[in-house]
Design a protein. Sequence first.
Length: 261
Amino acid sequence: QPVTTDMATLTKEVKKFARDKKLEIETLKIREEYRKEFLGNVSHELKTPLFTIQGYLLTLLDGAMEDKNIRKKYLERAEKGVERLIYIVKDLDMITKLEVGEINLDVTKFDIVEVVQNVFDLFEMKAANKNITLTFDNKYAKPIWVMADQEKIQQVVTNLVVNSIKYGKKGGTTEVGIEDLTKNKVIVRITDNGEGIEKQNISRLFERFYRVDKSGARSEGGSGLGLAIVKHIIEGHDEKIYVESQIGVGSEFSFTLEKAK
Ligand code: ADP
């Protein structure tokens, strides 16, 4: 009698062990796929600026160096390529840290109006180059105090404003608005009247390296990580991010923040 019970238990345990192992192997396989895909994407992103830089340097070495004006122009373009590499590496560093949960939030009380104004000051020139007007619709008296990690939220606003300029139309507008959502939450909206995003692409926007128009987006620079970083930061705060968009009409990205007491 005890022997049969033991055998039954043993069989059950062996089966459970096999199931667990299988699961473990599957998880490892998925991770390995993920890692391969990540590395593939990274080298792909780095290739474009690297080849650009190499191209300008080779042309300079080939004789273009003799002409003072061309020399300056090509060196400036090569430098732009280096700048782009630095942005990509910074974004990669950020997304890696966010994904492994290495980033601690430094939550303090700060004025979100001031953060939006900082971002506007930094990107006014970039917007002006495309004849885009940055406007701030603040229905409430400033300041608006919130509780969050100020630096990270500035990064979120930056990424969203930069996108609204990149994918905005020439002569268009980017409008930021802050409103009360509930007693404890505000919602920050970044609205543009640019190219918009098709419905079927909206759910994938926040994936890392995802781009709607591969070629078009690439000529505008960027790492394809901007929105993935935004999502991580907002969800790390236990807040929500939304997107509404219509092709040819424009896009609105919005996120919530905790009001400071
Ligand atoms: P990147 O801009 O570097 O390509 P992001 O993660 O910031 O990467 O954005 C992913 C993609 O989402 C972009 O390539 C673009 O296709 C789309 N996108 C983001 N913001 C907007 C916007 N405001 N209007 C239209 N498309 C957008």
